[in-house]
Ligand binder design. Structure first.
Ligand SMILES: N[C@@H](CCC(=O)N[C@@H](CSS)C(=O)NCC(=O)O)C(=O)O
Length: 286
């Protein structure tokens, strides 16, 4: 029942943390990022109990997500894109939020992360990525970690397969009756999934991890992918479990399908991978 589910706020409570022995990733020892006093009189609209914006980069068809705790106004950006750093900060500042963290779902091959530039523009902001990605980041995440922002927290779910270091971020329902949100990067796309032909890609592993770790989330959880190439914005766990044309296949058929995709390599791969391994820190890149 919806009402009996723990909310994200409750999940971040110290007692709950201790019971589950979750490693709570701390990034609070850094000075807080400078809050820009924007229009404090107006309250940003909430989506499922949280401040939420889906931002798009047309060149790479990448979604960047802004999430913030409505009480503390602490904000995180998931999968920021280098060329959109100023745009992202305009949205953050316009809503009067305090950006504390950038998170990457994986070491991207098609665009350079905005983490390095955002950190340079906002000293005090920190970056995080899965340790298994091999990429630099102030915080190295592991499966099961809890990433707090204000009174809310994202749960880290390792979802390797597109790359060996892919991680999804799950925000449990942030208010009674609200749906949870899961940021799946390129592990689970709307009616699709990430390719598995480079960076430690593993089709069988992706199939297993999506079925075991993502399809086991509550049905109404909103699926928020890292990309969409056809204008779609969101899905749900129930929809993808029932309708995803790749992942509803049997495991063997899925592996064969992925081996035969024959997709061209991303145009920016030779530029993006080395830059992302160093957290996009040495921008501007050629
Ligand atoms: N044409 C784009 C790259 C398109 C692509 O390969 N997308 C990846 C995610 S970014 S590495 C993917 O996994 N696609 C899955 C699919 O089925 O298309 C470019 O050149 O950047």
């Amino acid at each position: 029942m919806l009402a009996s589910r723990p909310t994200a706020r409750a999940a971040a409570a110290p007692a709950a943390r201790a019971r589950r022995a979750v490693r709570v990733v701390s990034f609070a020892q850094q000075p807080a990022a400078t809050a820009v006093a924007a229009n404090k009189a107006s309250k940003p609209a909430l989506t499922n109990g949280v401040i939420f914006r889906q931002l798009f980069d047309g060149a790479s068809s990448t979604y960047t997500y802004l999430l913030a705790d409505p009480l503390s106004l602490e904000a995180v950006l998931i999968d920021p894109v280098l060329e959109q750093a100023e745009r992202d900060l305009e949205v953050v500042d316009g809503l009067g939020l305090n950006l504390v963290l950038t998170l990457n779902t994986h070491c991207h091959a098609d665009h350079i992360t905005g983490s390095g530039k955002l950190k340079a523009l906002r000293p005090g902001v920190r970056s995080a990525i899965a340790a298994a990605s091999g990429a630099a980041g102030d915080v190295q995440l592991r499966d099961g970690d809890s990433v707090p922002f204000g009174a809310l927290a994202l749960a880290c779910i390792a979802t390797p397969g597109h790359t060996s270091g892919c991680m999804s971020f799950y925000l449990p329902p942030a208010a009674p009756g609200a749906a949870g949100l899961v940021f799946t990067g390129d592990a689970l796309l709307i009616r699709g999934c990430g390719r598995t032909d480079f960076q430690g890609g593993d089709a069988a592993g992706l199939y297993d991890t999506v079925h075991a770790r993502l399809f086991s989330l509550p049905d109404d959880t909103l699926v928020l992918p890292g990309h969409d190439y056809r204008g779609r914005t969101a899905s749900s766990i129930a929809e993808e479990r029932a309708l995803n044309p790749r992942l509803t296949k049997g495991r063997g058929e899925f592996v064969a399908l992925m081996a035969g995709l024959g997709l061209p390599y991303p145009k920016q791969i030779d530029r993006a991978l080395p830059a992302n391994l160093e957290d996009g820190a040495r921008f501007p890149y050629e």
